[in-house]
Design a protein around this ligand. Structure first.
Ligand SMILES: [Zn+2]
Length: 302
């Protein structure tokens, strides 16, 4: 009995992830107020995970919803503490989003320049910047660099305004970032800055260089350093993007194991295979979302 709903709902989540959270299409079916609520609560997966609700509405005579959401409007912004964090954890999803027509942007709040015992932060930072630009190009992403130093990302209102202004400038439909718990203080700070900045970016009373922007979903990446209480919720099928991702991230020297003893490529390759097995795909990348988004509303008792 358990296997039946499991099989039934997992593909729905996977499809929702593939479609890149088409909030507008769902709002068109369910009514405009859903748009604002879903945007604030980061709840697209919940809305997508309820096909029965949408199916219960009379079928519109107009074109199907997928055609009312122009692909060119989709923008994915991945914000990581250190150059390499987001490429390793979400890079395959960025490749897939790009292939589906999205604009893809990486923001590294720091270069992660402090992690090489054989090089000064200045020299390793220069290397990390070159590597980050090459990896971004291989993933099909634009890359932005924040103003902060490795280990010193400030958990301040000023930093929130900086991230909010980048969000307003890039105008993402989906933001990917760190989970809230981590062994690294920069990852925790990044989570707090980004989740607050998504809200601040919507507020007209918060004045930055660019005008307000809303309608952003937020997904939290699966990172070996951010494991406590991470619970995978959305599974994205990245089978077609996996090889491109693997070749791209291998351009970071630290991924190859000569700087850190942690086997990054082995871990994230194995993780994608394991998540893929659970999703009945060759490779998948999993994300958690805010707990308020994990609310399914059911009218009919199954
Ligand atoms: Zn990091």
């Amino acid at each position: 009995m358990f296997a039946t709903p499991s099989r039934r709902y997992m593909p729905v989540l996977a499809i929702g992830a593939l479609l890149g959270a088409p909030i507008r299409a769902i709002a068109a079916l369910l009514g405009a107020p859903v748009l604002a609520i879903a945007a604030l609560l980061c709840a697209p997966a919940v809305a997508i995970a309820q096909p029965a609700t949408a199916a219960a509405q009379p079928a519109p005579a107009a074109a199907p919803p997928a055609q009312t959401s122009p692909v060119r409007d989709r923008v994915v912004l991945a914000i990581g503490a250190h150059a390499g964090d987001m490429e390793l954890t979400t890079g395959a999803v960025l490749v897939k989003a790009k292939a589906q027509g999205a604009r893809v942007v990486l923001l590294h709040l720091t270069l992660g320049e402090g992690g090489n015992p054989r090089l000064s932060p200045a020299d390793y930072g220069a290397q990390k910047r070159r590597e980050a630009e090459a990896v971004a190009a291989a993933l099909g992403a634009e890359v932005l660099f924040g103003p902060y130093r490795d280990g010193e990302i400030p958990d301040t209102d000023e930093a929130r305004r900086y991230v909010a202004d980048v969000i307003r400038q890039v105008k993402p439909t989906l933001v990917l970032t760190h989970w809230r718990e981590s062994l690294h203080k920069d990852h925790i700070a990044t989570h707090r800055l980004v989740t607050d900045a998504v809200l601040l970016a919507t507020l007209a009373g918060v004045v930055t260089t660019h005008p307000p922007h809303r309608g952003v979903s937020v997904w939290f990446a699966e990172n070996w350093e951010d494991a406590p209480r991470f619970s995978p919720y959305i599974y994205v099928d990245v089978s077609d993007a996996f090889d491109t991702w693997r070749k791209a991230v291998a351009q970071y020297e630290f991924v190859g194991g000569t700087i850190s003893s942690f086997p990054y490529l082995q871990y994230y390759t194995g993780l994608a295979a394991m998540r893929g097995a659970l999703a009945r795909k060759a490779h998948a990348v999993a994300f958690d979302i805010d707990s308020y988004g994990k609310r399914r509303v059911i009218g009919e008792i199954p």
